[in-house]
Design a protein around this ligand. Structure first.
Ligand code: FAD
Length: 385
């Protein structure tokens, strides 16, 4: 049985069948529609460039009992999933309930962006001259601001930290991106105090008139429904899984945005909200659910399309102890994090080949020549010593 009908849920079903599991399969999915892709919700769908992001699946061949618009509500005892339509028995279970946007207290009139319906509703309001205030200059804030400016909206972004993306990246990196936001007003170091339907009030006393307010201050694993069960949750509520993606409850696995895995590679528990993780982790969970002993310890990968640029990130930069910059005359640049002579993370702007090669170097743990890494004329793969 699989709970959660997003990318990780669908991939779990595909992987179970792909590994030859021929028994009964049930999907319990809170959303009414079939699994769809989320990255376009703040990009192509929001911009009106695509209408449908449904993920491809041959449901007839998969032979899955799909319970859509149904919620899992708990795990009362081993082998039983409680749902809003009653208890369901399982032999093995994959939790793939994703994450939900963090809301600001007192900001009920503000919108968030997680679902297809959220994206379409926001799109309808991004008219020329519309005043959009975005709380949070993170990844989603940046992508929505890009689409909104292009749609002719007047965009103001309020960020509590000292630079865009500062909750995910060092301030020095976000500060390099700030000029990209030229057509949006970015107010840094500002805290939202209250949100009304037509205004955002800052703690400084300033008020920003608004037709639409988007709160984009991050997401939290959607796991509160597991309270009281044998499934242990860790930091920020993410389900704690071992290196084989099994939870503390035997036969119960967790994948995607809702899970945090033990990583020998980074000697820490990893929790990411990355599409690539939702795509690949289910293969490991499915193999182990069927009796395998696979391990999951990837170099994480993430991308963002903002302000006409492709920003890509791989690795885990807190593991690094210094940053090497590489840039060319056309403002395509990269930051590489090293720990000793090992590459542990890379962020690239419009340098996809560098990112790909850097990720391979991280996977191979090859020692790196930092001076070569700084030279944009040298292929990243040629920096291994
Ligand atoms: P989800 O996609 O959240 O799916 C979980 C599903 O479980 C949901 O349908 C939910 O309704 C359902 N559910 C929750 N609780 C229950 C319950 N109790 N019972 C039943 N069902 C339940 N990543 C990138 O790497 N690059 C990007 O550019 C990028 N852009 C993004 C843009 C947006 C707007 C968003 C929202 C995310 C973006 N991401 C991006 C992140 C990426 O989409 C996620 O990492 C991925 O969707 C996670 O998949 P998931 O299946 O784990 O969770």
């Amino acid at each position: 049985m699989v709970v959660g009908g997003g990318l990780a849920g669908l991939q779990s079903l595909l992987a179970l069948r792909g590994r030859g599991y021929a028994g009964a399969l049930t999907l319990v999915a809170a959303e009414a529609e079939p699994p769809y892709d989320r990255p376009p919700l703040s990009k192509a769908l929001l911009a009106g460039a695509v209408e449908d992001t449904t993920l491809e699946a041959d449901w007839a061949a998969l032979d899955v009992t799909r319970l859509h618009a149904r919620r899992a509500t708990g795990l009362p005892r081993a082998g039983v999933l409680a749902t809003d339509v009653g208890d369901l028995g399982y032999d093995g279970l994959v939790l793939a309930t994703g994450a939900s946007p963090v809301r600001l207290p007192g900001a009920d009139s503000a919108v968030t962006l997680r679902t297809r319906a959220d994206s379409l509703a926001l799109r309808a309001r991004l008219r020329p001259g519309a005043r959009l205030v975005i709380a949070g200059a993170g990844w989603i804030g940046a992508e929505v601001a890009t689409a909104a400016v292009r749609a002719g909206a007047n965009v103001t972004v309020v960020e509590a930290l000292a630079a865009p993306l500062a909750s995910a990246l060092p301030v020095a990196i976000g500060s390099r991106m700030l000029p990209w936001w030229g057509e949006a007003d970015v107010i840094l170091g500002a805290v939202v105090d209250a949100v009304e339907p037509d205004a955002v009030h800052l703690r400084s006393g300033a008020s920003l008139p608004a037709d639409v307010v988007l709160v984009a201050v991050g997401a939290r694993p959607e796991t509160a429904w597991l309270a009281g069960s044998d499934v242990v949750r860790g930091e920020r509520g993410a389900v704690a899984v071992d290196g084989g993606l099994q939870t503390s409850a035997p036969g119960v696995y967790a994948v995607g945005d809702c899970a945090a895995w033990e990583s020998p590679r980074y000697a820490t528990r990893m929790h990411v909200e990355h599409w690539d993780n939702a795509l690949h982790a289910p293969t490991v969970a499915a193999a182990n659910l069927l009796g395998g002993e696979d391990r999951y310890d990837p170099v994480p990968y993430f991308w963002s399309e903002q302000w006409g640029r492709m920003v890509q990130y791989a690795g885990h930069h807190p593991a690094g102890d210094r940053v090497v910059w590489r840039e060319d005359a056309e403002d395509r640049w990269a930051a590489f994090w090293l720990a000793g002579d090992q590459l542990v993370a890379a962020l690239t702007v419009d340098r996809p080949r560098d990112l790909l090669q850097a990720r391979r170097l991280m996977e191979s743990s090859a020692p790196i020549d930092a001076a070569l890494l700084a030279d944009p004329a040298v292929a990243v793969k040629a920096t291994a010593t």
